[in-house]
Design a protein around this ligand. Structure first.
Ligand SMILES: [Zn+2]
Length: 225
């Protein structure tokens, strides 16, 4: 698929900031998106927090990862010394990065990199919480493809790690919390949502566009196969 619209951009802030949607205090050096009318959003609220950061430096890898990613964002940071925004790297989909790595590297290197990346991610997880969350997903959506419950639970866990103020609420494994996490996953993985965002759709419009498709998948997953 070719992209017609300009890249989405993510800024690493240089001063204290907060998210204009969820109100989260993001501290200094937060990763945000800026919207002319609506202000600054954290990556969770911007629906970009499932993307993986690929630091600048490897041109071939970057070009390929961008090509395979339905949704990608350029990460910029203001350089005080040079008085301009400098490209730090690219946020891309995990499977796009893996495909790009596979083309760029020998297999052994790919496996090493993947292991390192996974270890890095897993180190941030509250393992117990992830397992309980995954178990609840499986209970509520017994028809969901094998392994997805883990992906959904890990994403939910990543999202709430470091969000101390909200973690007590967020960690409640009630049906609504589980359902919201599953919906977010289905939207990204099973619908054209990311492609629409990449084309510059507003999040609300993109969500409306894929709502019926999300409902169809949820209905299938709710039934044991
Ligand atoms: Zn937010």
């Amino acid at each position: 698929m070719t992209k017609q619209s300009p890249d989405l951009t993510v800024f690493i802030t240089t001063r204290e900031s907060s998210c204009d949607e969820c109100g989260e205090e993001l501290g200094r050096h937060a990763w945000i998106t800026l919207n002319q009318d609506k202000g600054a959003f954290c990556l969770s609220c911007a629906d970009l927090d499932h993307l993986i950061f690929l630091p600048a430096g490897d041109a071939a890898l970057t070009r390929r990862a961008r090509k395979y990613s339905n949704l990608s964002a350029v990460v910029l940071q203001w350089s005080r010394a040079r008085k301009r925004y400098e490209r730090q790297g690219l946020l891309v989909e995990q499977q796009a990065l893996e495909q790009a790595e596979q083309e760029c590297l020998a297999d052994a290197d790919v496996r090493t990199r993947r292991r390192e990346r996974e270890a890095e991610r897993r180190a941030q997880f509250d393992r117990d919480y992830v397992d309980r969350f995954a178990g609840r997903v499986r209970e509520l959506f017994p028809g969901c493809p094998s392994g997805r419950e883990m992906a959904i639970a890990e994403h939910a866990c990543l999202k709430y790690s470091g969000r101390v103020g909200r973690s007590a609420d967020a960690k409640q494994l009630d049906e609504d919390a589980i359902r919201l996490a599953v919906i977010a996953h289905v939207r990204h993985v099973e619908t054209r949502y990311d492609t629409l965002l990449a084309r510059g759709y507003d999040r609300q419009d993109a969500r409306a566009e894929v709502a019926a498709a999300v409902e169809r998948v949820l209905a299938q997953w709710a039934v044991r196969k």
